[in-house]
Design a protein around this ligand. Structure first.
Ligand code: ARG
Length: 588
């Protein structure tokens, strides 16, 4: 559906034309003085220069053209030349009824849908999923869902870190603990066991132990590096172990992401790029893009006009080993070959920004990526504790995601039981649903690039700018709709009538903005815009609700209209939270 602001703009542009001015001055935007008007047009100010006329005269000319307009109830030209607008109620109601009947709830599908790959999640195999990877999962999932609502083909790839030093560390540590394992027998040529020689619990202890050891023990570290290298070279026993590590970790990761309601289309990993590396290296050398620098193979990526030093992109280390860069570049090659995306968006900690600048420049310069494929880095800030430092456990360790989710759910459970609106047996399930909204909304309501404080008390509160507040509002609406249905009331799609109060009109104005907000949120890859929209929307609803006796209304037409409006509000709110990656319970 065409956006309401565009409909209004069309009307205004016609008025500019009729008054003898160029149509393009008729752009209308949301009012930044909601106390005075709902929408405004500032075009007379810009036109003043072109027509050498006082802006207020132009504004008056335009306003005169709109006297009989069906779009506005009030149009006023105010000094020095603003045009303040209030929408005609019938026009607004008609727009809402169209939204309600529209199968896409007013969202306009992209005319030219794009294939967009999202690189998000990015956990490292065998390391427990920790809060650092939470933001990537939450933000990426939301952008993916918003894009899908707009009709794009969104492909989410978890891009597991499975090829780095952590693998060598685990292998070396295992070798010290259980040297008798067949994987370390170099003469062995038979099949390896199907069963992994460790559980996920053991694996998660092995990695930190090995990592700590490598920091103190140089020889151990050298062994781990050598094991990593051998793995990458295809050592049979190590590959078999790597397979076990993968299987055990991936099923654990999947269950964790499931709890977060995060779903990847692809479970690709850094190692999947391995087969593309030799050809890519040859190509880079043959075409003169790469050169040797102190034994390492590098591509220069600095550009004229750089204000800071951008170091060369390293393709191979002097010992021939590949690096993080190498797999990322080869992954671009793979993605181009398999999916030919219009865009690849990386949702990664913003501390990796310089790194991605190097990778992107390298891919462009060497034409590993097509000219019309866009590479975008969406860096996010750190999730901090109340002390302003990166979020830690009470003991000061890295917080495991599972522990964090449990903590939130416990807090939510307490609040829900205190509220006593849910039977005990449902409370646990409800706590999980509401808890997820607390975590995700707490994260998404901040601009992604900013750091934010993870504050359990605030995030789980039923009041204020929180997920539970939004859910509470939805549940309130569902309960009214439920009671209305129980009383035998019928609900009509498109049955919304003229607003009876200011608060009702304000609520309607919010509903009319929905498609425009979704479009902007996607264009700017900014889920926080959906959060701030639904917060305003929920507030507008609650104001209306407190002023209006809905179910006890005796005028059936009025009541029926309110019920239709409520259902529209519910649908917009539920669609919005689906875009953010969570859902609402029936009761709470
Ligand atoms: N595994 C990486 C990390 O933990 C994140 C991966 C991000 N994606 C990428 N294509 N490099 O830092």
């Amino acid at each position: 559906m065409i956006k309401i602001v565009d409909l209004i703009t069309g009307e205004m542009q016609q008025a500019f034309t009729n008054a003898g001015y160029e149509a393009s001055y008729g752009r209308v935007s949301l009012s930044n003085r909601p106390d005075l008007c709902e929408y405004q047009c500032n075009g007379a100010m810009a036109a003043a220069k072109a027509y050498k006329k006082a802006p207020i005269m132009i504004a008056n000319d335009v306003v005169a053209q709109l006297e009989s307009s069906k779009v506005f109830d009030e149009i006023t030209a105010v000094n020095p030349g603003f045009i303040n607008l209030k929408l005609n109620k019938e026009f607004l109601v008609d727009y809402l009824n169209q939204i309600q009947k529209d199968k896409d709830l007013s969202i306009e599908k992209a005319k030219e849908p794009k294939t967009i790959m999202l690189d998000y999640g990015g956990p490292n195999v065998a390391k427990p999923l920790h809060v650092g990877h939470l933001r990537s999962a939450i933000i990426g999932e939301s952008i993916k869902r918003i894009g899908r609502y707009l009709g794009h083909e969104m492909i989410g790839d978890v891009h597991l870190g499975d090829w780095g030093l952590q693998m060598g560390l685990i292998i070396s540590e295992l070798k010290e603990r259980q040297p008798e394992l067949v994987y370390f027998d170099e003469g062995y040529t038979g099949e390896y066991p199907e069963e992994a020689p460790f559980t996920i619990g053991e694996l998660e202890k092995i990695y930190p132990a090995a990592s700590a050891k490598s920091k103190e023990d140089e020889t151990f570290k050298a062994k781990a590096m050598e094991a990593t290298h051998q793995l990458q070279q295809g050592n049979r026993g190590y590959l078999a172990l790597w397979n076990h590590i993968m299987n055990v970790s991936v099923s654990d990761l999947k269950s964790n992401y499931k709890k977060l309601d995060v779903e990847f289309d692809l479970w690709k990993k850094e190692s999947d790029a391995q087969p593309y590396i030799p050809d890519m290296v040859k190509y880079l050398k043959d075409n003169g893009y790469a050169h040797l620098d102190q034994g390492a193979l590098v591509v220069d990526v600095k550009e004229e006009g750089d204000t800071k030093e951008i170091p060369p992109c390293m393709i191979l280390k002097s010992d021939g080993a590949s690096l993080y860069n190498t797999t990322d570049l080869a992954t671009i090659v793979e993605r181009m070959k398999l999916f030919h995306p219009d865009e690849i968006i990386y949702i990664v900690d913003k501390r990796q920004e310089l790194y991605f600048t190097q990778v992107f420049r390298c891919a462009r310069k060497t034409k590993l990526v097509d000219e019309d494929t866009k590479l975008q880095f969406l860096g996010f800030g750190t999730m901090n504790g109340k002390d302003g430092k990166p979020f830690k456990t009470r003991e000061g360790g890295v917080m495991r995601l599972e522990a964090l989710i449990n903590e939130i759910n416990e807090e939510m459970y307490k609040k829900i039981v205190d509220n006593r609106s849910v039977k005990d047996k449902d409370a646990q399930k409800t706590a999980e649903i509401v808890g997820l909204s607390a975590i995700k909304y707490g994260d998404l309501s901040n601009q992604a690039s900013k750091d934010y404080v993870f504050d359990i008390d605030r995030f789980t509160s039923f009041e204020g700018d929180t997920g539970p507040y939004i859910l509470y509002t939805i549940v309130r609406i569902k309960s009214i709709l439920g009671r209305y249905a129980e009383e035998g009331g019928e609900q009509i799609k498109g049955g919304i009538r003229m607003p009876a109060s200011e608060s009702e009109k304000a609520l309607m104005l919010e509903a009319a903005k929905f498609n425009s907000v979704v479009e902007t949120a996607f264009e700017e890859k900014a889920p926080h815009k959906i959060c701030s929209y639904i917060y305003d929307f929920a507030n507008a609803f609650n104001r209306f609700y407190h002023e209006t006796k809905i179910l006890s209304e005796t005028d059936a037409n009025k009541k029926g209209s309110w019920i239709s409006l409520l259902d529209l509000v519910r649908e917009i709110l539920e669609t919005s939270i689906d875009m953010l990656g969570f859902s609402a319970p029936d009761r709470m």
